[in-house]
Design a protein. Structure first.
Length: 254
């Protein structure tokens, strides 16, 4: 069975003290309230990664991840952080191509393909984000946009490499807006993405890939989304900033 993954992306929120408090709460609440098998991933800002990773090190249900990384291995790239450094503090995942990186920092598919390679070379798992804008959905070009994001970002990988990738479908119009894609809309796109992977590789491999949904996921809509056959978890932003709302989302994954 495909792995189910619920990840909380803190974006640029929380001081170290606030973040450590949140992780302690999460870890205690999950111990008491969640017996399921989904992996829970905490994705704080870079500066907290070492501390957060240490705090969760002996909890096998929790993992940590970074929100971005450099496409380079090392060198004179002021302000950048390499995948190898992220791995060295105990992280397992790196988000690549979040729509906020695409939109505000000009990250495009060719560049993201290099970042995917950097993450895999470091032995980590990329969470590769894709998703259309409202305009693209309204003019009905969303399938084309998604196909381009998936093929240009991922289809240079071989079978073993693509199996290490988690895909996150995050319609840009649903991120931080309170507007969630309906379960039917999300399921349609998840099945489409799995179909693209099946066509490029093969059906058995496509069935192994975890595809998360992201965009205003909350406790109230999580259970319905998770019941859809191709939705394998969530990438959560706003609702991951509080232990109660995040744990309730995790608990929605049976
Ligand atoms: P949101 O963010 O849950 O606040 O909409 C999701 C994301 O950007 O990953």
């Amino acid at each position: 069975m495909r792995k189910k993954i619920i990840a909380g992306n803190w974006k640029m929120n929380k001081t170290l003290e606030e973040g450590m408090g949140l992780v302690s709460e999460l870890s205690n609440m999950l111990k008491d309230e969640y017996q399921g098998s989904a992996e829970v991933v905490i994705i704080p800002p870079f500066v907290h990664l070492n501390a957060v990773s240490k705090l969760i090190a002996d909890n096998p249900r929790l993992a940590s991840g970074a929100q971005n990384c450099s496409n380079h291995k090392s060198g004179a790239y002021t302000g950048e952080v390499s995948a190898g450094m992220i791995g060295s503090v105990g992280c397992k995942y790196v988000i690549i191509g979040h729509s906020e990186r695409r939109q505000y920092f000009g990250e495009h598919n060719a560049w993201l393909a290099q970042k995917i390679d950097a993450v895999l070379t470091a032995g980590l798992n990329p969470i590769y984000c894709c998703g259309e804008t409202l305009e693209e959905r309204e003019n009905n070009s969303h399938f084309e946009v998604l196909e381009k994001q998936i093929s240009e970002g991922l289809f240079h990988l071989n079978d073993d490499q693509i199996k290490q990738v988690v895909v996150a479908y995050e319609p840009v119009w649903a991120i931080g807006t309170g507007k969630t894609a309906s379960t039917a809309q999300a399921q349609e796109i998840h099945a489409f993405i799995r179909g693209l992977i099946s066509k490029k590789y093969n059906e058995a491999l496509a069935q192994e890939i975890t595809i998360q949904y992201g965009g205003s996921v909350k406790a109230e809509n999580a259970a319905e989304l998770f019941a859809a056959p191709d939705i394998d978890g969530a990438l959560v932003g706003g609702a991951a900033l509080q232990s109660r709302s995040f744990v309730d989302i995790v608990k929605a994954m049976a």
